[in-house]
Write a protein that binds this ligand. Structure first.
Ligand SMILES: [Fe+2]
Length: 214
């Protein structure tokens, strides 16, 4: 499961860079949000593996535990931010708010609309896109058609409509190899998607971010 969390983060970062470019965001912001997307589920490392690997539906009590990964991740990244991450504000906001819904029915706080940080609204869309397109212990991978249909139906309820439009605009152009492309992309490659003015971050800033690096 640890690998699944890390690879989902890597693919989310790669997709996020494309979606942000589609939204016309400047390069520095693209890299900040992509980097934050990479760590959005870091709080799951603190959950019981048996819950993450469960092959059947979670009970309401189990789901309450899983929901805690947002706050746990934000706390973890906040502690790291003191001396390792420059983009701490974005990373913490994304970890905390990527399960909030545009209509206020998400978690952990039930924020709605513009009260949800924009970076988290963007990551929310790519998070669900990659989750549906991926095999999980409790489900098989969905097709691109089914995934985009699901997300389009939730524009204005779960997701910010502009973010859904941007995903729909770029998702059909994804190469067939996008998953492996994303998993092998380095942060330098992500930087290449951003502004040429951007200076790529030092990899040392990410030491200790994932448990296997510690
Ligand atoms: Fe999550």
């Amino acid at each position: 499961m640890d690998d699944d969390i890390a690879l989902h983060g890597q693919r989310s970062a790669w997709l996020c860079a494309r979606l942000c470019a589609e939204l016309g965001m400047p390069g520095g912001q693209i890299l900040d949000i992509a980097r934050a997307a990479q760590t959005h589920d870091v709080g799951k490392y603190q959950l019981p593996p048996a819950l993450l690997n469960k092959r059947s539906a979670l009970t309401p009590e189990e789901f309450e535990v899983v929901r805690q990964h947002c706050v746990l991740g934000a706390q973890h990244l906040g502690e790291l931010a003191e001396d390792t991450l420059d983009s701490s504000t974005v990373a913490v906001a994304v970890a905390l708010s990527h399960h909030e819904w545009w209509n206020g029915l998400g978690y952990p706080f039930g924020l709605a609309g513009s009260a949800i940080p924009r970076c988290a609204r963007i990551v929310a869309v790519v998070d669900v896109f990659d989750a549906l397109m991926s095999e999980r212990p409790y489900k098989s991978a969905w097709s691109l058609d089914a995934t985009l249909g699901y997300i389009a139906q939730r524009a204005g309820t779960q997701f910010e409509p502009d973010c859904v439009d941007a995903l729909l605009a770029c998702a059909w152009d994804l190469p067939a190899t996008w998953r492996t492309d994303a998993q092998s992309a380095s942060l330098d490659l992500l930087a290449d998607l951003a502004s040429p003015r951007l200076v790529a971050p030092s990899p040392s800033k990410f030491v200790g971010l994932w448990p296997q690096d510690a």
